[in-house]
Design a protein around this ligand. Sequence first.
Ligand code: FAD
Ligand code: DLZ
Ligand code: SF4
Length: 518
Amino acid sequence: MKTLRFVLGDQLHRRIASLVDIDPDHDVVLMAEVRDEATYVRHHKQKIAFLFSAMRHFAAELMEEGIAVDYVRLDDRANSGSFTGELKRAIERHEPDRIVVTEPGEWRVWQMMQDWREDLSPPVEIREDNRFLCSRAEFEAWAGDRKSLLMEAFYRQMRRRTGWLMDGKEPTGGQWNYDPENRKRLPKTIAPPERMTFPPDAITRDCIALAAQEFSGHFGSLDAFAWPVTRKEALKAFRRFIRDGLPTFGDYQDAMRQGSPFLYHALISPMLNAGLLTPEEVCEAAVRAFREGDAPLNCVEGFIRQILGWREYVRGLYWARMPGYADTNALDASRDLPWFYWSAETQMNCLHQCISETRDHAYAHHIQRLMVLGNFALLAGVEPRQVEEWYLIVYADAYDWVELPNVHGMVLWADGGVMGSKPYAASGAYIDRMSDYCGRCAYDVRRKAGEKACPFNYLYWDFLLRNAGRLERNPRLAMPYRTLGRMGDRRRAEIRGDAHRFLRSLDPNPSKASGDVE
Ligand code: FAD
Ligand code: DLZ
Ligand code: SF4
């Protein structure tokens, strides 16, 4: 029996479900660089170069093993530009008896696969995605009819199930959560480890040139490309993180420093999400580091929580709530995305720094995404779809399954509280506490009102005032609403006036929407 096995660009693992039973004597692997995938949103150029290079390296590794790979390049003349078109052409070339694929990461592609199953001959087998620790069915069983799907409950169940950092039924160290120890400001004297860089080889250089030429109008710079593009390189970078980053990961997880985009973060999300690393192996390596005394509990628990907890949770939530999840807009946010999200041209230093780093590296760490970039979009009331599209475009690790819950649910609270019990709104004081951005800003973080005041300060109160009807009964927001209640009418009018003046000055530049940066 001849099987055509279609491997997508984020399924680059030798043990991916669609490859586990491959018969090298008869089967063919199909991989295709297609324009539709690079342009359904206008991905950051580094993301395209990273993924094409990783795909080409993976195909070469399969071929070295004696597996036949039919690899369609973006510039192949007959390339139809779509997954469906390439699958149809490959069926004509190879006349297989069946087609095997692994479930995709995105609802959009899942729908395509349903059409393949209905419309194509030979039969199409869609296998369960084995790139995650929790299957879609297991998550749905956990979610059941629960009203609240808070991450903490899911995470504890996953800790019990895996036995990671567990002593029998109890969490190692007696606590599930070490977050209070993990919110330290980064002292000036501490120098975080250097990022491990991977100078582009010939394949990567070709992909960089291709991305520069074919997608020149997309957001982002290719100059600092340094991502691992093979499993071997990804493992090397990850081992360096375990040695140099993990022992301090937890302490400064929430810290930000100007000119240091990576700090103690693992920088593994693009590789994890493309299949070059697995969540089991990275969690097991972290647990081993703890058992061998190489990293403290607060750091290892913090790291495991991100992967076994947040990553699996957002993926489960995505599949449990799609396709309707993206359609809600609980706070009725409708403003256009300010143009500075593409240009980085803003006097707000924190935003300028985070957007510039995003442009240069297709990366920003969690707190920059949540508490600077996301917080501003939340407070300014930017329309969820525009914010979601921006995040899906600009990060090398962005796929709908992970970007959407993080932005729609965690950042914008557009799901009305499915994912988080309250919006993560914060004033400039939070950014000042966790970073050194404010000292070099045109605005004054200590001022509450007027043109020189940090915009986050009045936008925070304006957000609460604007959304009082929806949020003031939320028990977790009782304190700020009490403070707001004590403010006089004059102060409230001043807040509204400052917010109005500032928000009116933002330029959405609609002629350059959706990341057309030419
Ligand atoms: P580390 O800080 O070293 O953390 C280790 C790993 O934990 C990450 O690699 C990631 O796999 C996982 N992780 C941590 N937090 C989350 C989370 N909230 N959701 C899912 N996984 C998590 N992550 C993506 O992979 N793709 C996205 O498109 C994405 N969009 C985000 C958008 C917003 C608004 C926010 C707040 C977070 C988003 N994240 C996304 C989560 C997180 O910011 C990134 O995973 C992380 O910054 C990647 O860098 P790192 O590998 O150095 O992570
Ligand atoms: C993100 C991406 C891009 C830019 N290009 C391709 C591609 O040309 N070929 C491919 O197989 N996959 C690509 N991907 C990843 C897909 O978008 C991803 O597999 C789907 O979104 C399903 O998660
Ligand atoms: Fe950002 Fe406000 Fe600080 Fe400026 S003063 S860096 S705008 S938080």
